[in-house]
Design a protein around this ligand. Structure first.
Ligand code: URA
Length: 251
């Protein structure tokens, strides 16, 4: 069965079998269960997340009022931080600009830098499988972006200054997209969006708020590739997102 194959590819099958979770529990992600979703009001972001000591945003957003074409041009010629010196190309994002779902990662890696598209390497394959597991597909009601648009050398975590320099572009993307749900993949994306110190283990399973848009936090696919056991938690997060979506504005 297709879903079984996808779960096996994600490395979830054996984990769920070991824990003796009934197959129905794994498969039944499409059913809305609004009563089980902790709402943002009951989980104040401020209580969970102390303010992050980030670099201050640079004055005057370079992206204010831009449309997609202008934004793409601005990002591809951006020189706001030193990452522009080592990138092959900037990677704005990919997908459906009318998407309900926005997935935000950390920053391009070597393959993304070469191809100009986010999440096209190994982590991207896992992300595609995660999307498929909840009935989603890259480019169809899904947009994928990163916290920083240029590859940090050696795939290091972007510095607070690099994130701050790039944040106006992500903010403008979100303004243009107006997604129903934002999924922050990993800590740097979550911290960039929530502007707070985030621990994934504490932040997952709840609806947070990004300027009025619900936001959920889960593990980054690259981390999941290294940490088999947390794939089961990622699967719980996917189920939570899938259940939450029909309860969100406009549905
Ligand atoms: N990791 C990310 O966070 N983003 C990508 O685009 C690729 C890998």
């Amino acid at each position: 069965m297709e879903r079984t194959r996808i779960l096996r590819e994600m490395g979830l099958g054996p984990v769920w079998k070991l824990r003796a979770v009934p197959a129905e529990a794994v498969l039944d992600v499409g059913e809305p269960q609004p009563a089980s979703i902790p709402l943002a009001e009951s989980v104040p972001v401020a209580d969970l997340n102390p303010p992050l000591a980030t670099a201050p945003a640079m004055p005057g957003s370079p992206a204010t009022g831009m449309g997609w074409a202008e934004l793409a041009a601005a990002v591809s010629s951006c020189r706001r931080c030193p990452l522009c010196q080592t990138r092959k190309q900037a990677v704005l994002g990919v997908g459906d600009v009318n998407a309900d779902w926005l997935f935000v990662g950390e920053g391009p890696g070597a393959e993304e830098d070469a191809r100009g598209e986010p999440f096209v390497g190994q982590a991207g394959k896992l992300l595609d499988n995660m999307l498929a597991a909840i009935g989603l597909r890259r480019g169809q009601n899904v947009y994928i972006a990163n916290a920083v648009k240029c590859r940090p050398p050696e795939n290091r975590t972007p510095t607070p200054e690099e994130v701050a320099a790039c944040r106006p572009y992500l903010e403008r993307q979100i303004e243009l997209l107006q997604p129903k749900l934002i999924v922050a993949l990993g800590r740097p994306a979550a911290q960039t969006l929530l502007q707070a110190e985030v621990k994934i283990a504490a932040a997952r399973g709840k609806l947070h708020d990004y300027r009025g848009i619900p936001l959920v936090v889960t593990y980054h696919p690259a981390y999941l590739l290294r940490t088999l056991l947390d794939k089961a938690k990622a699967w719980e997060d996917l189920c939570f997102m899938k259940r939450s979506m029909p309860t969100l504005r406009g549905d």
